[in-house]
Design a protein around this ligand. Structure first.
Ligand code: ADP
Length: 447
């Protein structure tokens, strides 16, 4: 019974009660007590009915409000479904379309109402239909939707295009699939962009290879005549072709210095090219860190003296053993010491060693000009120089730290830097105690 029917019944009851009361007043003399009690009972019951009626009215209002909210929500979802930028379909478990939104109709070039009843598979490229059939037989085993399945959709009367299809089953409480929801997304632009990017990457890699090969060949070709120039220049300076005046010696010395710098650059370019091609020979053996640093100290004696800076070596501990290529590790450390000298006008340089995690950390610290924070990430990139070319630091190739980083990657180590402008820099080289050649190092570990 609805609320109006109930209200009518309550009203009827009230009228009947009223008429009974009127009758009772008329017959009061004949059945005095019984009639009064019955009527009172009836009156209480009627009161309760009034309360129930009020409660029902309230519940009814709440129900109407809830129904309106559900309807508004349904409408909202219908609109979302209808005007979504991607194609949405609802099919039965066999893939026959029951509902399609506007975007799906546009993608498949078929009017919305005409899509209903068609199996979705007819819009799939022939060679992909077998896969869909297989997917549909496996639906019961799905634990999650099939996401972004890349296919080719063949719209009615139009050319196929790449699309990403997501399929989500809808289960009833008995765990039976009652429908499938499909999301169709046109990925033509994405595919074109990916293809363009791939081509650009290939072109860039090819250009990079050509550049590296050119640099390697040029460097190689330059090294021989440069060696001859340097050789004759040295002979001239040594007086092998007769004594020379001070005026004659000065340009020859400058020529010698510049030729050596050029030779360094050429050697660095050649090293890098070998590193990039994986052709740098690595000789791994057991190395005592302490002994290696003592040798390094001796080998850099000339540089230390020329620099006029105070050097501090703390090598006492640890006497750890590393499995590494000592020659390559020395190149790394010499490079760092060379930079420390180059970028320190006055003050000190220290080389220290300590245990660190599963390996050994060798630090080269200087009290030099430092490196701005924003430049710290780029100094390991090839040809990146941070400081002004007008200072004594202008000499260099900008390749040193890049080679250092690449070499350490080959040796399974890493490098970090801390620096403060005007106060100096610390480069920390970490080598694993049992370093293996070629062990890949994650880029984020390297800095
Ligand atoms: P370069 O041949 O110029 O020294 P590197 O690759 O070795 O090339 O270093 C790159 C740049 O990093 C240097 O040009 C310099 O600006 C900065 N740099 C490297 N080491 C230091 C250091 N110890 N102190 C200050 N700046 C440094």
């Amino acid at each position: 019974m609805n609320q109006d029917g109930f209200s009518r019944k309550v009203e009827d009851l009230q009228q009947r009660l009223q008429s009974l009361q009127n009758q009772q007043n008329a017959t009061l003399i004949r059945q005095p007590r019984l009639s009064t009690e019955v009527l009172e009972e009836l009156s209480i019951a009627l009161e309760e009915l009034h309360v129930t009626q009020e409660e029902l009215r309230q519940q009814n209002e709440e129900l109407i409000a809830a129904r309106q909210a559900v309807e508004a929500e349904r409408q909202r979802y219908q609109e979302l479904f209808e005007f979504a930028p991607d194609g949405y379909l609802v099919t039965d478990a066999q893939g026959v379309i029951r509902e399609a939104n506007l975007a799906a109709a546009t993608l498949l070039c078929v009017r919305q109402h005409r899509l209903v009843g068609k199996p979705f598979i007819v819009f799939l490229a022939e060679d992909e239909r077998k896969t869909l059939r297989w997917y549909l037989t496996q639906l019961q085993q799905w634990t999650q939707p099939l996401r972004e399945w890349e296919v080719h959709l063949r719209p009615h009367g139009s050319v196929a295009f790449p699309a990403a299809v997501t399929i989500a089953p809808v289960w009833n409480p008995q765990r039976t699939i009652v429908a499938l929801r499909w999301l169709l997304r046109d990925i033509t632009v994405r595919k074109q962009t990916e293809e363009a990017l791939k081509q650009a990457k290939e072109a860039a890699e090819s250009a990079d290879r050509t550049k590296s090969e050119f640099l390697a060949t040029m460097s190689h070709e330059l090294r021989t005549p440069l060696g001859v120039i340097l050789g004759y220049d040295t002979l001239l300076l040594e007086g092998a072709f007769g004594a020379l005046t001070t005026e004659q010696l000065r340009p020859l010395r400058r020529m010698n210095e510049n030729a050596k710098e050029l030779l360094d650059l050429i050697s660095a370019v050649l090293d890098l090219s070998r590193l990039e091609k994986g052709r740098l020979p690595i000789e791994i053996r057991e190395v005592n860190v302490h002994d290696l640093l003592v040798e390094l100290k001796d080998e850099t004696q000339g540089l230390q003296e020329q620099s006029g800076l105070s050097f501090r070596w703390r090598l006492a501990e640890p006497r750890s053993l590393l499995r590494t290529d000592p020659g390559k590790l020395k190149i790394v450390l010499k490079n760092l010491i060379g930079n420390a000298v180059k970028f320190t006008e006055q003050g000190s340089i220290s080389v220290t060693v300590q245990h660190c995690g599963e390996g050994v950390e060798i630090c080269v610290t200087d009290s030099g000009i430092g490196i701005p924070q924003e430049a710290l990430a780029v100094i390991f990139e090839p040809f990146r120089q941070v400081h002004d070319a007008s200072t004594k630091q202008n000499k260099g190739t900008g390749l040193g730290l890049h080679i250092v980083k690449r070499l350490l990657e080959l040796l399974g180590g890493s490098i970090k830097v801390e620096s403060e402008v005007g106060r100096g820099s610390t480069f920390r080289v970490w080598m694993p105690s049992l370093s293996k050649p070629g062990k890949p190092v994650k880029p984020d570990q390297a800095f």
